[in-house]
Design a binder for this molecule. Sequence first.
Ligand code: DAH
Length: 353
Amino acid sequence: MTLEKDILQQVAAASEEAALEAIRVATLGKKGSISEQMKLLGAMSPDERKVAGAALNVLKDKVADAIAARKGVLQEAQLEQRLASEKIDVTLPARAEPRGTVHPVSQVWEEVVQIFGDLGFAVAEGPHIEDDFHNFTALNIPQEHPARQEHDTFYFNEKPDGSRMVLRTHTSPVQIRTMLSSKPPIRIIAPGRTFRCDSDMTHTPMFNQIEGLVIDETSHMGHLKWILAEFCKSFFEVDDVKMRFRSSHFPFTEPSMEVDINCSWEGGQVKIGQGSSWLEILGSGMVHPNVIKAGGLDPAKYQGFAWGLGLDRIAMLKYGIPDLRAFFEADLRWLRHYGFKALSVPTLPGGLS
Ligand code: DAH
């Protein structure tokens, strides 16, 4: 019995197949311990041999079974280990890091929407291909007005009735569309593409503007100035921004002003809030009564203000990008340098940039 216990303990302790095989040879093999016992049976009396022989046969079977069972356990453990070490997670993304970036124009677009959204403005839209009425006439720019030439307009071919569609030269037509389709109080911004036949370091044939429009019964220039100053502080993430309000002229506003922002261009880098240069970022003013009328509203009752902001301009200023043309060249190296992480969405509480 101690022999049995001894062997079964050894089997249970074996940690690899080679050790099991050694135990089998040492017990059941020709010169194994059990085989040696068998040899002693010949010298026994028939009765003794019967009892001892039966017991040895039982022991032989037990040991063989124990070895086979242990072998199964070891093989299974080995398989588990191999599967674990060769595991491939097919749900992992094929590329470790997303390589695309958010274009500075998209980033700034979202930042501006966040800021004005917080101030209670909704986002409005209009088509890129506009008719003459919305792009010019309704904005108090009649047929022979010189502003039509100043806009370097891209015209489409004449229609049979002599009219021509245009690529909108500014986002201001969205003012008209909004007034015609909604009731005051109106507080909207309209970000979008605009088109003019012009190209240099700060002008491209396609560029982006953000229109703003407030129409109600009481809003005045003081509100306009406050909103623009608040916007600039929020957008440039500073406590104070030097702004210059210059009186100007637009057919669709009276009075009108242009707003410049203080910057420096030293070393080919543009920096905001320092130096002695100014960059024009927007035009604004009180909406002209003729425009309110064209929008289907009574100028004796309603008043308000509007502005048109150069989206690419403020992106250049904020992120120190010297040449506007690079925005639209789709140069991947440029995008990797100036682009933003895809998942860092700008929010006011979380930070805009
Ligand atoms: N539409 C003008 C432009 O493209 C910008 C502008 C000026 C828009 C004054 C306005 C405004 O809404 O009030 O140059």
